[in-house]
Design a protein around this ligand. Structure first.
Ligand SMILES: Nc1ncnc2c1ncn2[C@@H]1O[C@H](COP(=O)(O)OP(=O)(O)O)[C@@H](O)[C@H]1O
Ligand SMILES: [Mg+2]
Length: 377
């Protein structure tokens, strides 16, 4: 088959927005994508929305529709019409999609914006596919994405760079099955109650439990193992939750800080998505300027320590009693709806939502040029 568009004059960049996906955060992605598709500047870009269903099938959306929804605001529809096959080896630097139902029809995109959260979107696997395709893409590279997704690996690297992290222990399923009593004793010796039990590679608070009394620890561990093969038990901090947006490749910048004020006991899945009044957001966070400066500096340090580029939202806990702060986690594909923290923090720092999208496209192209110059084959 002849490579498409080779001799065609293409003035606009065609951006493929990937959304949905095989992830517990599929629905969140439909919301993020609705805002991204609507806000990408159509005078600069042709936008192709590509929905991925929960089983991982890709569908090019001829007419992407925004469906209103009361809790989340806007949601992008995902119509399962015509299954599209990805061929990533035919043409350098572009992603080819073929309609398996009507032979010959194809879509070619110049740059991919994976608006995908969690598993198979934020964890380096999709980034790996896009690397194979040699197509420029928005967001963190393979390694940084995979590291950011794994709370244990991330914390070990952060600790090594001197970034403060909350004390924790990691438990594998095989260890838990072999020596549950030993693990419980060890955890209770090292960490005081309350503790948080978390799967290592989920997001949106899925699989997490706060444990206040000893007898609830083993069930919480069993519960977390329903979501991952490795879990962590972490000291609970009575904290304020502070978030910082970082943007850039070689010279990453930190935004002003925001604070999440959950109305629930902690920022649970219910508080995040089910209860419209589950949390309030304060931008900028009301904290002393010197402390804010230290947290912003730490956000950039953490971003670098985890080998990130492009963007990430860096989340902190600020201990209410001691005033100490800890880097909790780095989210490499943060929520991207018009009311999400990441774009809101940039807006408050002076970068509008659509200017932020332009910047992310520029960063993706710059990163791609840089990699193309050194990677052969
Ligand atoms: N060690 C902790 N101390 C206090 N609260 C915590 C702790 N760990 C998690 N939480 C609460 O649970 C929420 C989700 O945990 P987090 O580690 O951010 O996982 P996720 O990746 O699912 O967002 C946090 O925003 C916070 O409200
Ligand atoms: Mg979190």
């Amino acid at each position: 088959m002849k490579p498409a568009g080779k001799n065609q004059r293409r003035s606009k960049l065609t951006i493929g927005v990937l959304y949905g996906g095989r992830s517990g955060e599929h629905d969140v992605s439909l919301c993020s994508a609705a805002s991204v598709v609507a806000a990408l500047d159509k005078t600069k870009y042709d936008v192709v929305a590509i929905g991925i269903d929960r089983d991982g099938r890709w569908y090019v959306q001829d007419r992407p529709e925004i469906i209103a929804d009361k809790d989340f605001g806007r949601i992008l529809s995902l119509k399962k019409k015509g299954a599209w096959l990805v061929n990533h080896f035919e043409d350098r630097n572009r992603l080819h999609l073929y309609d398996m139902d009507s032979r010959g029809k194809k879509v070619v995109v110049d740059l991919v914006f994976p608006v995908l959260h969690g598993t198979y979107g934020e964890d380096g696997t999709m980034q790996g596919l896009l690397e194979l395709a040699r197509v420029p893409y928005v967001g963190v590279d393979v390694a940084g994405s995979a590291i950011g997704m794994d709370k244990d690996v991330a914390k070990r690297l952060l600790a090594q760079e001197g970034v403060p992290v909350v004390p924790w222990i990691t438990v594998s399923r095989s260890d838990w099955l072999a020596r549950p009593q030993k693990i419980l004793r060890g955890a209770l010796k090292r960490l005081e109650m309350p503790v948080f039990v978390k799967p290592l590679r989920t997001g949106s608070s899925v699989g997490i439990k706060k444990v206040k009394v000893k007898k609830d620890l083993a069930p919480a561990v069993d519960y977390a193992f329903g979501f991952d093969t490795r879990i962590m038990i972490e000291k609970g901090i009575d904290c304020r939750e502070i978030e910082c947006a970082v943007l850039g490749n070689e010279d990453p910048r930190a935004s002003v800080l925001g604070e999440i004020l959950p109305t629930h006991e902690y920022y649970s899945y219910e508080a995040k998505y089910l209860d419209p009044e589950g949390a309030k957001m304060n931008i900028p966070a009301k904290i002393p300027a010197r402390l804010a400066a230290a947290i912003r500096k730490c956000a950039v340090l953490g971003f670098r320590a985890l080998n990130c580029n492009s963007m990430a939202r860096v989340d902190f806990f600020l201990d209410k009693k001691t005033g100490a702060f800890y880097l909790n986690e780095i989210n490499t594909l943060p929520g991207f709806t018009g009311i999400s923290m990441y774009p809101k923090l940039w807006e408050a720092t002076g970068l509008s939502y659509s200017a932020l999208l332009d910047r992310l496209v520029e960063l993706a192209l710059a990163r791609h040029r840089e990699k193309s110059a050194v990677i052969t084959g």
